[in-house]
Design a protein around this ligand. Sequence first.
Ligand code: SAH
Length: 262
Amino acid sequence: MNTTPSNPIALVGAGPGDPELLTVKALKRLQAADVVLVDDLVDARVLALLQPHTRVLKVGKRGGCVSTEQRFIHELMIREARSGARVVRLKGGDPFVFGRGGEEVDALRAAGLEVEIVNGLTAGLAGPASIGIPVTDRRCTPGVALVTGHSAEGSGDGGRAPDWAALARSGLTLVIYMGVARCADIVAQLRAARLRGDMPAAVIAAAHTERQRQALTSLDGLVETILAQGLGSPAILVIGEVAALANASVVNPPGPAVQVRA
Ligand code: SAH
């Protein structure tokens, strides 16, 4: 049994891509780390900020049995922390927004380790903002729902699907993560619940990376726009009046200019 007191493990959000969107605290933890466990979505420009001696362990999920892999990640973190290393668990966006951060905190606390949470800028807020879409605007919506488009009853991912009919009635802006693959089904469910077909919609792919692309359309045009423009994961879908506020004069996106009504 190793009796070395372990440092707290920092669960750090890397933001959507651009390293300038890291928090100061995230940068400090990264530069003090001995070992960093990294997900697939973390931008290479963020990893370039690490000290040369820092070990980088890429633990992204690429198929296979997700639950075993998640357990393996927990074990790796626990082993490294117990050996006295300063461990950072680095996740794209915010670690507590569709990042399994809660599950990792549970596992680390169960192992008797301390955890520090360092928030990151989540793609569902930063992506829309990069093309001038505020996810809330009191002129047209009382709020925003951040939802997954991936989980489905019986999909085996352990998640619950959103109640699309309730969301359609809510008047909230819908910001959908992991929604590209199941977009046709999501649109069908929202239309069945009588959300207007001409409701503005936007797709922001690879926001704040060098590969960023975006399109503005409507609920009825969403599937065709994604297919026609080849917009793939990672992407955020925005459905709601606020999508019409996208503005070509916002200077953030490195990609091609915003195109209205593709
Ligand atoms: N914790 C992350 C989300 C992880 S889930 C966060 O807070 O941002 C993975 C999903 O996030 C992707 O399928 C996509 O929907 C979204 N996503 C992550 N990075 C993105 C980016 N740079 N641009 C657009 N969407 C992104």
